[in-house]
Design a protein around this ligand. Structure first.
Ligand SMILES: [Zn+2]
Ligand SMILES: [Zn+2]
Ligand SMILES: [Zn+2]
Ligand SMILES: [Zn+2]
Ligand SMILES: [Zn+2]
Ligand SMILES: [Zn+2]
Ligand SMILES: [Zn+2]
Length: 1755
């Protein structure tokens, strides 16, 4: 809220008046009053303006309190006649609540619908009811509510079974029939009635009040000031940004205030943006209007008097009060309904009507409140719901028109309530019969679509944007129509029949306007200039698809309705046909001895339309006549004789020919709009009421025609008649035609016509056409989908048509045709076709697209080959046709078809002709196969041979007719069988010939003989030689393809990289253990004792090992040498909180933070990773400069982000495109100083070192003599002489070449910059510290990861990580050479001072505040800076060993102090190690004696030793990794496999005794005083006494938060989550942080905050606190994982929730129940733990460039 809106103080003058107010007394007065309304109004007129609207803020909370006391309390007193506290409680007690749940849904709340029991998908349950219902065991759907709507629990009409949940189950003594008013006193009823009437009238008057400066009679305020509001109203035209910008100008507010205003306007529908005198407000208004009127209509602004606004505020309050009081009693609710629906004295509108009719004039907030009230009153009372529904239906047309004119979304319109009434079957039926609702809806709809062409058809062509907008709104009427029709009547009354048919008539009028709309004409010559508008028409068609289907279902449920509907539809169709007759001339066609009269119509020249809904509806009804057997039972009532089959097929046929011609490429110049239309015509969303019905119409007509006539008309429309009718058509056709295009076109058209014939005869799976059950149609559909390939559930759903309930019915049949294969960690579950179903495969399945067909063909042939079968794809056997369609089979044996078949076969005799096509022949063979199967089937199913009228075999054996010399079809086939150019078809031809023979045998046999077995052993013989040819062809193809690829590859090197990309992107576990590692670990280099640290450490045999690497950029080899050219590894440095044990620690101030000691909570670390690709430093520099230059040029042109931020040093690895931001130099192993001399023991070494340090102190002081204080001090203390051989003034020679030095600086600076989030500064003393820290942190995180993944310590890392760790460690030990020696030395001094007291170091750390592993690494890596000045022969090895011992002892102490469990719950195991146990007890007790009560007493040595071992193990493992990589020492094989003996081997490898306590006791004389010093550190006690920050060891690995098993639990949790910033508002995009579990209000203005000077969304802001810039979130509404990194990077990732079909549901569109998949969640967790989130984002963004454009920072 803006600052100006703080709650005002209640003016003190009013206080006393308010305090003296007594509701009881006021009511006493009211009870006496003769004119109660006047009295109440007076009260309101007096108080309302005194309570509301006294300042700029309209809704402070104190107002509600006052309103409660002064305004509502009297109302309740009056109502109850006593103290409302008592009265309302009584009411509640006596109330018998209805069984309706009626819970109104919040935005985002989960709702459940049962797919088995819900009457329609709008019937939903709230979560509570759902969990207590039977449906949770059923197949249910889960969605999130968009707000509004209520729970249907208890509504018996909404559920086929289980209407009640446990809670709403009615008790046996059901009193729901009883009048709820029965148990209320007459007195009370009268009072309620009075007060409700007055208050409802008041509220309605005020909310519909449109005067800005006046009030209704009786409400005028006693005194009136010059106080006004400038009220801004919401519209859906202006954007947020426009409003914010305008407000800043108009009322002079800050951006923040403007955002707040705009948010409120958007939410409540209006907001006062200025308060003051009239002038002041008027001025703001004019600025706003002026500023927003440029492009569109201006924003609505009103200057309103404060008293008007005050009364409107209270009017809303009053409505809320109604909702509140009626909750106490159903009786009160009924009275309210009665009051609301009561008509005025002159029969004028009731209050409920008035409000509804003003709906579109009210602001959003007011609408919401009264809609809610309607839902909780009128819609909850069964009696009044009906009355309200009637009123609603009466006003329907007006309400819809208002809605169409309004610009608010439907959820804010009263029309949205339609779903609550229209979906109740009994109400819908009542409204149809009583209020003629069906007709009203359709008429209203048609009225709003005014644009027609000359024939009265819709025309969307010249739609303006405004009309298009209106068109979208009008579509909601179709939704209403759907609700009304969704449940079919089980019983018909005459009245219902009459009204339904009336509605149908209106509907036919609508369809008539669509019949023939958007006609197209083939474009020749020029390409069309503008793509014509087509989407509107298709939108309409799509929206109506379900309605049309539902209307057919209604018709099918009553014989009389069906007959009448059929007649009406036919009449309308006939009427349509008389409408268009352009280009039709009568002609006569003759062919094969048949002739037919028809018209000439050239589709390629005349108009043709895809939209034929009337024809299609008739086709549907006709099939229903057959299905319901009405055609056979009442033939006399049907106008079948009036049907003209040629008229029926004419338009559907034109449409199908259009499709064929488009396929043949004849309509190319008509552009994409036509292609799109054809696509949708066949698409699953439309085809049921488009393509499918056209095919049906052809079947309908063909079944009533002479098949020869039917085919001739078809050929004529396909413009192929001349080809087949010519006398010599069997000779090569159009040999004369030189035009290749025409030949090609005709070939395709012939293919298409043959396919269409197959479909007309063969598509019999619709009940009514063939003798099938309706589920068989679906089964067949699924089988054919799965013949293409195995599919996921959602893919199948998409491929199947859905009914009006969004159900495909697939679940019922899927298991009978497919088996389910579960998904792995990626991918999804798949359905695979059962092998036995493959025999139903039909290559020419009518719903296959050409692409589907060829994929299915390939898949099925492959399958057959795999099974060792012959690869011919035979036509499947078909079901019998229904009697009405029985004559269709005759098409297969009619003369015209035989003529066509003969012609094509004849053409195919000639191999090189090229005028016939393979697929043409294939289709002909398929048709012949179909005919043979038909004949076979008929023979099998009849006993008497003579009854079989189908005699295809006979006919094809006759010689051809046209030229008398031509051979019979059979003879041609026999010739073709051996044609070498028809190798591919040989199988099919053989099968045909074989079948002909078997049919002939059948015919010869006696009728009683059993039918022979079909398809005998003819296959086996020919499998082999046939396959050979096919294989050879394939092999040749493959070779050509390979060659082509090779050529391309050599052309482009880039290609090579892409080919290999996947290899490099493989994740950790998929790669084999690194090659470099396995070399180093090879047993040949392994001698008896492997030690990685100290004087005894392994030294790599003879001589130095050479290390040679190859640069990925120039491909040159290069040896790694200190004085050689630098080689670098691409690397990515990032801040990390992955291991943090304290996410509450505030981020450090980057400028002043001192990183030298890492706190054991590891709250912020710096991680370094690498893809392991090596380059020359100069090659890399050149590459990076090129990237930079390219990026600069690009940014100048278009301001778009890339997936990497060049300005921040980011680039993609040139080989694997892995995101990188720096490079690590590769360094050789440090030379081992082989000192043979005696090396000092710990005591002596400590002595020498402290002397060295003292010498350094004084040397450093001399170096900076400026500080007076220090100088004075130094005079006092005489500097001791440095130890022998130590020369603090010595400057060592830098061993590295200049390019290596440069790279040392580069990586150091990058680590410093990223790790601290500061500007690069190579001089900063913190640079080396950050390098050491990053090395330590990275090793620690790798160690954790190996434990979590249960991998052995060595040998399991991929080489890229091994290489990265080695170079990090070696870099760490070399980075001091490019820093100031004194700086590094003083770091060492400070580090050591944490363990060894040094009086000259102030503020040394308490050991409990130090992470010992970081300390060890930093000490070891900084020590060379001290050692380089020593020439006494001291070796670094001994120093490393002593440092390791020292830190280990300190860590032991740390563990003993922090990590001993209070309760020793663990059962002690036998066989402990006594010696260790004794010594650990001893040490523990020593510590207790130093510290005292903070450390509890523990006497069990076993437990102590156990705790110590467990606590220190991660440290030892880290140390082993560190020294291994630093010195390149091979690892003992025991550590390459997970095993129990790890401890001993590890200790030995680290040169430590396996009883670590010995470290202490061997040097007790020096360590004891140190121990004492540590214990007496001033902050020791404080640390021990604050358990919340105390870290105990071992630190457990962090996990992502626990997620619930059922996704709806998350939705529910998120739905009650409110935005933390805008008081109690629901968050639109609640988002869960998977790292810490915080819920955030994402992607919303309200929760934007400023971060580093930029506005960022809640998620981005959260990542900076929680994940150091990296975040993993779950967007709950979308069911989508979100990865964020920094402000500009992000990607979406598959959520770990799967449905039962093994699929995710991103966007929650499908609504299947979702359950947690633990493996997938673990995978996300692993990405996080191995610091790969940023890398993952990079890869996602590279793969999908649109992700780069998303404003991630606003999420
Ligand atoms: Zn409920
Ligand atoms: Zn319930
Ligand atoms: Zn159910
Ligand atoms: Zn190179
Ligand atoms: Zn790479
Ligand atoms: Zn978090
Ligand atoms: Zn918010």
């Amino acid at each position: 809220m803006a600052a100006a809106e703080t709650d005002r103080e209640v003016p003190s003058a009013l206080c006393s008046e308010f305090l003296n107010f007594s509701a009881k007394d006021t009511v006493a007065k009211w009870l006496q009053a003769t004119d109660l309304p006047k009295e109440v109004y007076q009260h309101l007129a007096g108080y309302v303006p005194k309570i509301y609207c006294l300042g700029p803020n309209l809704n402070p909370t104190s107002e509600d309190l006052l309103a409660q006391l002064l305004l509502q309390a009297p109302l309740e007193w009056y109502l109850c006649g006593e103290d409302p506290l008592v009265g309302l409680a009584k009411l509640e007690k006596n109330n018998q609540p209805s069984q309706l749940c009626g819970h109104v849904f919040k935005v985002g709340e989960p709702t459940y619908s049962c797919r088995e029991c819900a009457a329609d998908p709008t019937c939903v349950l709230c979560m509570q009811c759902f969990l207590g219902s039977v449906h949770k065991e059923h197949r249910y759907r889960m969605t999130t509510s968009g707000g509004g709507g209520f729970c249907d629990c208890g509504d018996t009409e909404a559920w086929k079974k289980g209407p009640y949940c446990q809670k709403h189950e009615p008790n046996i003594c059901d009193s729901s029939q009883e009048d709820p008013l029965a148990n209320l006193s007459a007195d009370m009823i009268a009072r309620t009635y009075n007060i409700f009437s007055i208050m409802l009238k008041y509220a309605v008057d005020m909310l519909t009040w449109d005067k800005e400066d006046e009030l209704p009679h009786g409400l005028e305020p006693p005194e009136r000031g010059d106080t006004y509001y400038c009220m801004l109203f919401n519209d859906e035209v202006h954007t947020y940004e426009q409003v914010i910008y305008t407000l800043q100008k108009a009322v002079n507010c800050t951006q923040k205030e403007a955002v707040s205003f705009a948010t409120t306007v958007d939410r409540d529908g209006r907001k006062s943006v200025r308060y003051g005198d009239f002038q002041f407000c008027e001025q703001a208004k004019s600025v706003i209007v002026r500023n927003t009127s440029r492009q569109s209509k201006p924003l609505r602004v009103q200057v309103m008097h404060s008293s008007v606004v005050a009364h409107q505020c209270f009017a809303l309050k009053a409505l809320t009060w109604f909702s509140h009081v009626i909750r106490y009693s159903d009786a009160l609710r009924r009275i309210l309904c009665q009051v609301g629906l009561q008509r005025g004295p002159e029969g004028d509108n009731s209050l409920v009507d008035t409000l509804m009719l003003c709906d579109s004039k009210m602001w959003k907030g007011a609408r919401n409140v009264y809609h809610q009230l309607y839902m909780s009153s009128l819609l909850m009372d069964l009696k009044y719901k009906k009355l309200f529904a009637i009123q609603f239906a009466k006003h329907y047309e007006r309400l819809q028109s208002d809605y169409v004119k309004d610009d608010h979304d439907r959820e804010f319109s009263v029309t949205d309530l339609s779903v609550q009434m229209f979906t109740v079957p009994s109400l819908a039926r009542m409204l149809i019969t009583e209020e003629n609702l069906m007709t009203t809806i359709i008429r209203t709809f048609v009225d709003h679509l005014r644009h027609r062409d000359l024939q009265g058809r819709f025309q969307f062509e010249r739609y303006t944007a405004q009309q298009a907008f209106k068109f979208r709104r009008v579509q909601s009427l179709i939704g209403d129509l759907k609700y009304v029709l969704i449940s079919r009547p089980t019983e018909w009354t005459n009245r219902l029949r009459e009204k339904f048919l009336e509605g149908l008539e209106a509907f036919l009028e609508l369809l008539k306007c669509m019949q023939g709309m958007d006609p197209v004409v083939r474009q020749v010559g020029q390409h069309i200039e503008m793509e014509p508008e087509w989407e509107a028409a298709f939108t309409l068609q799509m929206k109506l698809t379900h309605i049309i289907s539902m209307i057919q279902e209604w018709c099918a449920s009553d014989d009389r309705v069906l007959i009448e509907a059929y007649k009406k539809c036919l009449t309308v169709l006939t009427h349509c046909h008389s409408g268009f007759a352009d280009g039709e001339q009568p002609i006569t066609l003759s062919m094969c001895g048949h002739s037919v009269d028809t018209i000439r119509y050239c589709i390629s020249q005349e108009k043709v339309s895809i939209h034929l809904p009337v024809s299609r509806l008739l086709a549907g009804l006709h099939v229903l006549l057959s299905k319901t057997e009405v055609a056979y039972r009442f033939p006399e009532q049907l106008p079948l004789s009036e049907l003209s089959p040629p008229m029926l097929i004419e338009h559907p046929l034109r449409c199908l020919v259009l499709c064929a011609q488009v396929h043949a490429g004849m309509w190319r110049r008509n552009g994409f709009s036509l292609v799109n239309q054809i696509y949708y015509y066949h698409n699953v969303k439309c085809r049921v009421e488009m393509f499918d019905k056209d095919l049906m119409m052809l079947q309908v007509a063909a079944s009533m025609m002479d098949p020869n006539h039917f085919l001739m008309i078809m050929l004529s429309r396909f413009e192929l008649f001349h080809i087949f009718s010519s006398a010599d058509c069997r000779k090569r056709y159009n040999r004369e035609s030189a035009n290749k295009d025409v030949v090609q076109q005709n070939s395709t058209l012939i293919e298409e016509v043959l396919h269409l014939i197959m479909m007309v005869v063969g598509e019999r799976f619709v009940a009514g056409i063939g003798q099938v059950e309706s589920c068989e149609e679906l089964k067949r559909e699924i089988i054919h989908q799965l013949c293409i390939r195995p599919m996921a559930h959602s893919e199948l759903v998409k491929a199947l048509p859905e009914n009006e309930n969004k159900e495909t019915g697939m679940e019922k049949v899927i298991d009978s045709v497919a088996s389910f294969k579960k998904p792995g960690v990626t991918g999804r579950g798949l359905y695979e076709l059962r092998p036995e179903c493959a025999k139903h495969f039909n290559l020419y399945f009518h719903h296959y697209s050409r692409a589907d067909q060829s994929k299915a063909e390939e898949a099925q042939r492959k399958l057959k080959r795999q099974n060792g079968e012959d690869s011919a794809l035979l036509p499947p056997s078909l079901p019998q046709l229904c009697p009405l369609f029985a004559s269709l089979v005759n098409i297969l044996q009619c003369d015209v078809l035989l003529g066509m078949l003969g012609a094509v076969l004849q053409w195919a005799m000639e191999p090189s002709g090229g005028h016939w096509s393979e697929s043409m022949l294939q289709r002909v063979l398929h048709l012949i196969g179909m005919a043979l199967l038909e004949e076979q089937q008929q023979l099998e199913s009849t006993l008497d041979d003579n009854e079989v009228t189908f005699s295809f075999t006979l006919k094809i054996s006759r010689p051809g007719e046209a030229p008398s010399t031509s051979p019979s079809i059979l003879a041609v086939l026999e010739t073709l069988q051996n044609a070498p150019h028809l190798e591919v078809h040989k199988d099919m031809i053989r099968w045909i010939l074989k079948t002909v023979v078997s049919i002939k045998t059948m015919r010869e046999r006696t009728a009683a003989a059993p039918p022979p077995e079909r398809a005998g052993g003819w296959q086996e013989e020919m499998v082999r030689d046939k396959d050979k040819a096919e294989r050879k062809r394939k092999a040749e193809m493959a070779r050509l393809r390979r060659e082509k690829i090779m050529a391309q590859m050599s052309e482009m090197q880039k290609h090579f990289i892409n080919e290999n990309k996947e290899l490099f992107q493989q994740s950790l576990e998929e790669l084999d253990a690194s090659t470099s590692a396995s070399l180093e670990h090879s047993p040949s280099s392994w001698d008896s004792v492997l030690v990685c640290v100290g004087p005894r450490r392994w030294r790599g045999g003879r001589g130095e090992r050479r290390q040679v690497v190859t640069c990925i950029l120039c491909q040159e080899e290069q040896e790694i040498r200190a004085d050689g050219r630098a080689m670098v590894l691409a690397a990515f440095v990032q801040r990390s909180t992955v291991m943090s044990k304290n996410r509450k620690r505030p981020p450090h101030d980057p400028e002043s933070y001192d990183p030298i000691f890492m706190h054991p909570d590891l709250s912020f670390g710096t991680h370094t990773g690498s893809c392991g690709h090596i380059m020359h430093s100069h090659c890399w520099q050149r590459y990076f400069e090129a990237v930079q230059a390219k990026e600069q040029r690009r940014q100048q042109r278009l301001r778009v982000h890339t997936s990497y931020d060049v300005e921040n040093g980011e680039f993609l690895c040139p080989l694997c495109e892995c995101l990188s931001n720096t490079v690590i130099p590769l360094l050789p192993l440090t030379k081992t100083s082989c000192s043979n001399g005696e090396q000092p023991g710990l005591v002596q070494w400590l002595n020498t070192t402290s002397q060295q340090i003292k010498a350094l102190h004084s040397a450093h002081r001399k170096a900076k003599p400026t500080s007076v204080a220090v100088a004075g001090q130094s005079e006092g203390v005489e500097a001791p002489p440095p130890p022998e051989g130590f020369r603090p003034d010595h400057t060592p020679i830098n061993p590295y070449s200049s390019s290596i030095k440069e790279m040392l600086t580069t990586f150091g600076t990058a680590t410093y910059k990223v790790g601290l989030k500061v500007h690069p500064n190579e001089q900063d003393p913190r640079v080396p510290i950050m390098c050491w820290t990053s090395c330590a942190y990275t090793i620690q995180s790798v160690e954790r990861l190996l434990v979590d993944e249960q991998k052995p310590l060595f040998g399991s890392l991929p080489c890229r990580q091994d290489d990265c760790l080695s170079s990090l460690a070696r870099f760490g030990s070399a980075c001091w050479t490019v820093s100031s020696l004194a700086t590094v030395q003083s770091h060492f001094i400070r580090l050591l001072a944490a363990l060894l007291p040094d009086p000259q170091v102030e503020n040394s750390r308490c050991i409990l505040d130090v992470d010992m592993f970081h300390l060890l690494v930093s000490l070891v890596l900084s020590y060379p800076a001290v050692h380089c000045q020593d020439s006494s022969g001291l070796s670094t090895d001994i120093a490393e060993l002593h440092l390791l011992h020292l830190v280990t002892v300190a860590h032991l102490v740390q563990i003993l102090l922090t990590s001993i469990p209070v309760e020793l719950t663990m059962e002690q195991e036998s066989g402990g190690v006594e010696h260790e146990e004794e010594s650990v007890c001893l040490l523990y007790n020593t510590l207790r004696s130093h510290i005292g009560s903070c450390v509890y007493e523990v006497s069990s040595g076993w437990h102590l030793w156990r705790a110590v071992k467990a606590g220190i193990l991660p440290f030892l493992r880290g140390a082993a990794l560190f020294f291994h990589h630093l010195h390149g020492v091979p690892t003992p094989p025991e550590l390459n496999a997970p095993g129990a003996s790890e401890w001993e081997v590890l200790c030995a490898y680290l040169s430590l005794p396996s009883n670590l306590l010995q470290l202490f006791y061997s040097y007790q004389e020096v360590l004891e005083p140190l121990l004492q010093g540590w214990c007496s550190h001033p902050s020791m006690r404080q640390c021990l006494q604050s358990p919340e920050t105390l870290i105990s060891f071992p630190r457990e690995s962090n996990k992502l938060i626990e997620l619930p098993e059922d996704y709806s639990a998350l939705i529910n949790q998120a739905s009650s989550f409110t935005c933390p910033k805008s008081g109690g508002d629901k968050s639109r995009a609640p988002t869960l942080c998977l790292v810490c579990g915080a819920l955030l209000c994402s992607q919303s203005y309200c929760c934007q905050t400023e971060l580093e000077g930029e506005d960022v969304g809640a998620c981005t802001a959260h990542t900076f606190a929680c994940g150091a810039g990296v975040g993993i979130f779950l967007r709950v509404r979308e069911s989508q994982v979100l990865f964020l990194a920094g402000k500009t990077k992000g990607c979406f990732y598959a959520p770990p929730y799967l449905d039962d079909y093994g699929e995710t549901d991103q966007g929650l569109r499908r609504g299947n129940p979702l359950h947690l998949c633990r493996e997938r969640y673990r995978k996300i967790q692993k990405l996080w733990r191995q610091h790969s989130i940023t890398e993952e984002i990079g890869h996602a963004q590279e793969a999908n460039q649109t992700l780069v454009g998303i404003d991630w920072q606003h999420l």
